[in-house]
Write a protein that binds this ligand. Structure first.
Ligand code: BTN
Length: 241
């Protein structure tokens, strides 16, 4: 992969989307500073300049059907979790693709795809990993690699190491066990906890039983035993404490 480091940019995802026609597959745009980092659900992704990894991987013509796009989320989540494991940090994937360590969010992922008929055309995989930041004043539940290990990291080296893990996993995009790798790291898997069903506005106690190949989260409703598993698309359920 070819890494281009930018001093400052609004958002590496936005920059990659603007430059998309010219960027070969495998280009990685990384920034020391993002002035308008973008998160899921239109949120802003805040990180202190020069302290964390904020980057976007451009992939083109992956031979992946558009209906399989969720596999990029599985792959990226597993890659981030594996990278953190290589640093001695045990990470969990909060469905669909937030990475948590000890109850704190350490990484967010924002994947933006364009379609080419029924296939994925280009994908911009935006990843923000909190690396050397020690204080998160605006963000109550954030953590970083340095808070987990007490060590400081060289950002350029950490990015290279992450990309090595990502590239090693890339062939698994077409393999069945990718979903197993993903669910093996799933936060709250098999654990009784509370959920808010946003479709019916009902709160209940349930157990996550897994994720379907199409990405839907499966929860067993403990307040309504005997009913089939509940299946959720993104934004249809929220986790309660
Ligand atoms: C989230 O958890 O809400 C997703 C956050 C994604 C942040 C990364 S940082 C690099 C890339 N550029 C962006 O503007 N966003 C993603």
């Amino acid at each position: 992969m070819n890494v281009i480091w930018l001093e400052t940019v609004d958002s590496t995802n936005s920059e990659a989307l603007r430059l998309l026609p010219e960027l070969p597959s495998g280009t990685v745009l990384a920034a020391y500073e993002q002035t308008a980092g973008r998160g899921q659900r239109g949120n802003t992704w805040f990180t202190r300049p020069g302290q964390n990894l904020t980057f976007s991987i451009v992939l083109k013509n992956l031979s992946l059907e558009a209906s399989q796009a969720i596999r990029l989320n599985f792959l990226t989540s597993v890659a981030v979790a594996s990278f953190l494991e290589s640093k001695g940090v045990k990470a969990a994937v909060k469905w669909p693709n937030d990475i948590y360590v000890n109850g704190g969010k350490i990484c967010g992922i924002l994947i933006e795809n364009s379609l080419d008929g029924p296939m994925l055309g280009a994908s911009v995989i935006g990843i923000g990993i909190n690396v050397n930041q020690r204080e998160f004043s605006q963000l109550a539940n954030a953590t970083s690699l340095t808070l987990c290990t007490g060590k400081e990291y060289v950002l350029e080296t950490a990015l290279k190491e992450f990309l090595t893990v990502f590239e090693r996993l890339l062939p698994s995009l077409a393999e069945e066990d990718l979903l197993q790798e993903y669910t093996a790291r799933l936060f709250r898997m098999g654990v009784s906890a509370r959920y808010h069903d946003l479709l019916t506005d009902r709160e209940y106690r349930g157990i996550i039983r897994g994720v379907e190949p199409d990405g839907r989260l499966c929860i067993q409703d403990q307040d309504a035993p005997g009913l089939p598993l509940r299946h959720y698309h993104f934004k249809e359920v929220s986790y309660l404490l």
